[in-house]
Design a protein around this ligand. Sequence first.
Ligand code: SF4
Length: 244
Amino acid sequence: MIIEKLKKNGFLVFVGAIYLVLIFINTEKAMLSVNNSWYYIKEMLIIMPVVFLLTSLLEAWIPKKVIMSNLGEKSGFKGSLISILLGSISAGPIYAAFPICKTLIKKGASISNIVVILSTWAVIKVPMLANEAKFLSPKFMATRWVLTTIAILIMGYIVSSLVRKEDIPMEEEKIEEGAIIVKSEFCIGCGVCEKMVPEHFKIEGNKVVVINDKVTEETEEKVKNIQEKCPTKAIQAGLTYGRP
Ligand code: SF4
């Protein structure tokens, strides 16, 4: 149990070990490091609850289709502009951006737009630009902004051709074996599931409802297909394909 926990938190153990070694080699530097770490832990304890609240609101209130049309694969130049704007007006340290970006990916944002948001958040935030113009001149700031923005857009394109969404770990919700659920906030009411598997799905209003949430032997293959075909990946089923 303890070994498992240590293994799971390998990096933390590694850092702790470095502190221990440092205490014996140079106590003064070790104490300085501990104080710095404590400063950042306190900062994170203040910032992260707000970030988690923001990600929950994003998860619950912004429909997937809104994220997909504004920041998704097909959002094009509009998506890049929105991403630049989002990153530029952000506040807080860059580590606060990671959980938010992960939620955006889950909701359909493209990898290239995520790179743009993270990069603008890190290097061309509005308060940073204002200080830059004050200390280094508006011309310096504007030139750097233009060149940095071009570089960020190119970087977004390169990263999106090297990294796929499947490479990013996402926690899957645990679904009971044989059960079907639909994340209605993701559903765009296209009706494909009702057409393909009327035994389980029915459109009501502009959303789908699950009329029978237990997969049967006869419908298992069809449910598997619709899970893949649903354009917003709103359907989840606890299936165990290839069961003997
Ligand atoms: S296929 Fe997906 S998006 Fe379309 S109605 Fe069914 S659940 Fe909703």
